[in-house]
Write a protein that binds this ligand. Structure first.
Ligand SMILES: [Fe+2]
Ligand SMILES: [Fe+2]
Length: 233
């Protein structure tokens, strides 16, 4: 039994949004499927760290959900990315998944999932801004995302699990950071944080990989990991 993670599947089986036009994204779904089939077993868990589907609605995203559901893995734990416009309320998404027999998809949102003694926690996150430079809207969204992460991590702690954090946005990028998100990581003494969202060779260079102030950061966006699900344990 293993735990894997990958971000930014950017699927578009139900809409016209070809990714092949972007450098590094040629045949990315074939690459992902091949790597997934080679590595992930039916009893495994895979965390999908946002930017899952280009569909604008649940119906448009359905072929992407079905594609993911049919891949090996007992649970695929999904969190929201900035491109997941289909994302609605937990209740509506769960009802849609139930109606379409998407039994392996799990929604990570103000909750956590247990994988052995690990608590899978996370939320989308938000862009990085210097204190005082953010707009009131950005400050509000950052605070809300930090609160969601706090709720998620607290739920894991209450169950006696060791929290592992999965975000879509990087809490650190180059010299910038998202202080509300970092505060939550530090408050709960999180040791590992996986994130996606960062695409393209020049952007990858600014990504933080490795330990900073006690947290080990891992970029796992699809193109950065060459569409290979990354084994955590
Ligand atoms: Fe993104
Ligand atoms: Fe993305």
């Amino acid at each position: 039994m293993s735990l894997f993670v990958i971000g930014d599947t950017h699927l578009s089986f139900g809409v016209q949004k070809p990714m092949d036009i972007f450098a590094g994204w040629e045949n990315h779904t074939e690459l992902l499927k091949k790597a997934w089939l080679e590595r992930v077993q039916p009893e495994d868990t895979v965390v999908l760290a946002g930017d899952i589907s280009w569909g604008m609605t649940l119906d448009e995203a359905l072929p992407d959900f079905q594609w993911l559901n049919d891949l090996p893995g007992k649970e695929k734990i999904i969190l929201k990315g900035n491109h997941d416009y289909w994302w609605v309320t937990m209740k509506k998404m769960q009802a849609f998944f139930d109606a379409h027999q998407l039994q392996t998809l799990r929604i990570l949102h103000n909750n956590c999932y247990a994988y052995e003694n690990i608590g899978i926690c996370g939320t989308r996150g938000w862009v990085n801004m210097e204190p005082g430079e953010e707009t009131p809207d950005d400050a509000k969204i950052s605070a809300r995302e930090a609160q969601r992460l706090d709720v998620s991590v607290t739920a894991a702690e209450q169950q006696g699990l060791r929290p592992a954090v999965f975000l879509h946005y990087p809490p650190l990028y180059g010299a910038s950071c998202n202080y509300p998100m970092l505060d939550v990581l530090w408050k709960h003494q999180i040791t590992d944080c996986w994130y996606g969202h960062v695409h393209g060779k020049s952007q990858h260079k600014c990504a933080v990989n490795g330990v900073r102030s006690g947290v080990n950061y891992h970029l796992i966006s699809g193109d950065y990991v060459q569409f290979i699900p990354q084994k955590i344990v």
